[in-house]
Design a protein around this ligand. Structure first.
Ligand code: WTA
Length: 635
């Protein structure tokens, strides 16, 4: 299997040029030679960024689980597919072979069928990082149900919004989860969420922490007995190439979260191709991505990309700090991890701790290190390179998004010379460009611009669930005939891209995308609050942290401020989740506004970052005097 492995730089350039010259020929050959199809396509690609509409491999019939599991059974049945490392180091590692995964997915798929689920129905999965999470995702795909995984750190309100937006009929959850030395009662959160979800008529509950839970009659069922009674054979549903595979929500700068829709064939081909090449995966490797399956990184590079390649993929339930800061490195040593993929925020957090945590473990198995989710700063890059990779494991700084489905810009290990802070070169088939604010393409190098992609690739999200208009406005309206990423970037003289960060009101905190408007909406619900504005400011571990400027209805007395701060963060925790809590909250009598009433966030960002020497032009402000007052009281 897999004859799409790129081996040296010259070959990369050759393949890249071909992929741009003849994209359809390029992607047709990869699809043709590396996957199991029930029927081949009639047409490789049909697209129109104006509508926008993108269709890959139209007419083809397949099931992605056949490609992730069944086709490996004759050669790799006893190979570990999923290696589960529990939160508690005292609990045993589980090795789930491809044969066992096959049986578990089939049983689970039959449970879903017995619940009355059919092709096209939506299933909400709200589970911790336990094997049932990966199994349930694949079980949905087996029967053609559309999974919508919601990260199990989200609050009840965030969960119910997502359940209702895509009209999920069923929720799969667990009694609770382990996170370091804490336990979280997930089922309770689900119960609360379901008070607002009339459409859910069934909840399947996995047992993980053996906590007391309330089971609602007729609605809630323990999963294990159902699995025990289900048949271990479930014929895969025959899916069309463009049938939706999953919905995954991502924050927008305004409004509700966006349910990005990914479809079957293109997503499969692209994640498989990029997994193999970006991580240089070889047959006996043990690959570990530390993300949660609740995010796109987990979907594409814990589940689908690795499994289509017949890889061994590690699922880690815990956190990097438990039982101590050496946990990641202990796991690397224990399982002889070959590829390790994590986020800059984790690297920065670990780099702050004593070096003993790394030196006492044997990390010599590592061959490739990956980074994802936000720009990796030079200091973190060097720490990763020096102390984890020992200068012998190339770092792949992978740039991509929930919307792109897979990695678009990244070095190839041992092929692309790396430069810290540069995601480097586009992968084959990817045609990036930089645009200026006037909508003109920037041809020159070394100039900051907005990153767009000119041509479709197989795993581009096809729409926003239930809102195609918003999809068009968000991604295809800023620049004619181009997909706009929302990121700023520059290109150096050798064609390497450096991502400089978001250019919209999305702030990336510890690798999580947070839209400012939804958080402001929550704060404004507080009875004492008149108005608020949130900006990001640099933080040494999180990358960015949130700074809130809040106008109270009545000038409060300073003694009440701490209480208000707590209440505001409590509300954010309840409505969105703890990840969106504000680090700093400044109460202010006003906000700098333009004559048209728009808050000038540029100024607020500078004050939050303590860069008040050069605030730029403030003459267009309606209330310029407020600026000094905010500076004087800044935190
Ligand atoms: C940012 C995560 C710089 C970027 C896969 C993007 C990065 C957003 C990188 C998407 C990187 C991701 N360098 N920035 N290597 N990778 N980003 O949807 O701003 O959670 O638009 O997908 O993360 O975040 P998302």
């Amino acid at each position: 299997m897999s004859n799409y492995h790129i081996k040296h730089l010259e070959e990369y350039y050759k393949i890249y040029r071909k992929s741009v010259r003849e994209p359809e020929v390029f992607w047709e050959k990869i699809a043709e030679e590396n996957f199991t199809w029930y029927k081949k396509w009639d047409n490789v690609l049909e697209w129109d960024f104006k509508k926008p509409e993108v269709k890959w491999y139209q007419g083809a019939k397949l099931n992605i689980t056949e490609n992730c599991i069944d086709r490996h059974l004759s050669t790799k049945g006893n190979k570990t597919a999923i290696l589960f490392e529990p939160n508690n180091p005292g609990e045993e590692t589980q090795h789930i072979t491809y044969n066992q995964l096959h049986e578990r997915v089939n049983r689970f798929a039959n449970v879903l069928k017995n619940e009355g689920l059919k092709k096209g129905d939506r299933v909400c999965i709200y589970l911790p990082m336990i094997p049932d999470l990966a199994v349930s995702v694949l079980a949905c795909a087996r029967i053609g149900a559309i999974h919508s995984v919601v990260f199990a750190g989200f609050s009840a309100t965030a969960l119910s919004t997502r359940i209702n937006d895509s009209d999920c009929k069923i929720v799969i959850t667990s009694d609770g989860s382990y996170r370091g030395n804490k336990t979280i009662d997930l089922k309770k959160i689900v119960d609360e969420a379901l008070n607002d979800c009339a459409g859910v008529n069934s909840v399947l509950v996995a047992k993980r922490i053996n906590s007391e839970v309330t089971m609602k009659e007729g609605r809630d069922k323990w999963l294990q007995p159902l699995l025990n009674n289900a048949s271990s054979e479930c014929e895969p549903e025959v899916m069309d190439a463009e049938d939706p595979l999953f919905i995954l929500y991502t924050s927008g700068s305004t409004g509700k979260p966006k349910g990005m829709v990914h479809t079957t064939a293109g997503y499969m081909v692209y994640t498989a191709y990029t997994f193999k090449n970006v991580f240089n995966y070889k047959d006996d490797d043990i690959y570990w991505c530390t993300a949660d399956i609740g995010w796109i990184t987990g979907h594409s590079y814990i589940v689908y990309g690795p499994l289509t390649n017949g890889a061994t993929t590690v699922m880690f339930e815990g956190v990097p700090s438990y039982p101590d800061y050496g946990r990641f490195w202990e796991i690397v040593e224990k399982h002889k991890i070959t590829q390790f993929y994590t986020a800059p925020t984790a690297i920065r957090a670990l780099a702050k701790e004593h070096l003993d945590y790394t030196t006492k473990h044997d990390l010599s198995s590592l061959k490739v290190l990956g980074s994802v989710g936000e720009p990796i700063n030079e200091e973190a890059w060097h720490w990763y390179n020096d102390h984890i990779g020992k200068k012998k494991s190339p770092i792949v700084d992978t740039w991509w998004q929930t919307e792109t489905g897979g990695i678009l810009i990244s070095p190839l290990p041992n092929i692309t010379p790396t430069i810290p802070t540069y995601a480097s070169l586009p992968l084959p088939g990817i045609q990036p460009c930089l645009m200026d604010e006037k909508g003109k393409e920037i041809i020159e190098n070394q100039i900051d611009g907005r990153l767009c992609i000119k041509y479709p690739w197989p795993s581009i999200a096809r729409t926003i669930w239930g809102n195609h208009q918003r999809y068009k406005e968000t991604y295809f309206s800023a620049y004619k005939n181009k997909y706009f990423t929302g990121d700023g970037a520059m290109r150096n003289t050798i064609g390497y891209y450096r991502i400089t960060g978001r250019v919209d009101d999305v702030i990336i905190v510890s690798g999580h995308n947070l839209g400012t408007a939804p958080i402001e909406d929550v704060i404004n619900e507080h009875p004492a609050v008149a108005e608020s504005a949130i900006v990001g400011f640099p933080h040494d571990v999180k990358g960015n942290a949130l700074y809130g400027y809040v106008i109270l209805k009545e000038t409060g007395d300073e003694n009440s401020f701490d209480k208000l701060r707590k209440e505001i963060n409590q509300m954010i925790t309840e409505h969105i989740g703890p990840i969106a809590k504000l680090n700093k909250i400044q109460f202010t009598p006003g906000l700098p506004k333009t004559r048209s009433g728009k808050i000038m966030r540029r100024i607020l960002r500078k004050i939050a970052a303590n860069e008040t020497d050069n605030l730029g032009d403030t003459s267009t402000l309606l209330n310029p005097e407020i600026v000094q007052e905010i500076i004087d009281n800044s935190l």
